[in-house]
Design a protein around this ligand. Sequence first.
Ligand SMILES: [Fe+2]
Ligand SMILES: [Fe+2]
Ligand SMILES: [Fe+2]
Ligand SMILES: [Fe+2]
Length: 296
Amino acid sequence: MRPPPRSDDVDPATRTNLTNAMKGEALAHVTYRAYAKQADRENLPEVAALYRRTAHTELREHFTEQAKLIGLVGDNVANLRDSTGGETYEATTMYKNFAAQARADGDRQAARLFSEIADDEAAHRTRFLQATKAVTDPSSGTVVPTDVKANPVAIRAGGPQVSSSRTLDNLRTAMKGEAFAYAKYTLYGDKARETGQPRLARLFHRTAAVERTEHFAEEANLAGAVRDTPANLCATIKGETHEGRQMYPDYARQASAAGDTATAKVLDDTAKDELKHAKAFSGELSRLGKQCPTSS
Ligand SMILES: [Fe+2]
Ligand SMILES: [Fe+2]
Ligand SMILES: [Fe+2]
Ligand SMILES: [Fe+2]
């Protein structure tokens, strides 16, 4: 993935940590929405509501605050340039390689999916290039295309549908990329709307929907990313605890040592939020009368 637009306010190591944190926040947001749907299916409305509230915090507070710290959102042209770069990488390199590896490993379904997504990303790239022309050269008569429509795919609870561990790793990497693209395009779309570019806002938001409800969803099905609610809760508690006890405190210490005081404060506050999330999800697990396996 290309680095986001430069902001020279933070130390390079802090920037790397923030980018990594944002990928985790984006993945948590998208995953929690899928877990909420699964809780709906199991008729567990309180669990579903907690997942939806927490998903909102991960994107609209944590991801958004971190995005501000590294200057992720630029002007519309910079955002389009960044998006075009990301789509190019996915279409011409990442998904092409993943498809070839899945084919070599005999994971034909995954190979087909990776190839189909590569074609979609190439189409996203074309639309972003057209939008760039429309925004930078209005006299050209080019308009921002908005002909993007997501065909949402339901995520079923179940185990992985692939045979090789390399395919599974690639699916997980791809899911992180899709979640990050979703979160980024959501913010880029908001920026376009705020700056009086409703067509561009629609393009970003609709493309975001494709990344989450089609690409991520199809990959999640093959990767077995959603299980029954007790298992989802255990995975969630483990992730939130790691972020709250280890990852964010480490990042905060590193930011503080590098002189990024404002960032360190944000990261410390985020650590506290994650521990609250872990506690709330543990409460739901107890209410269901379940426990997590001690090995996890
Ligand atoms: Fe978070
Ligand atoms: Fe895309
Ligand atoms: Fe995608
Ligand atoms: Fe969290």
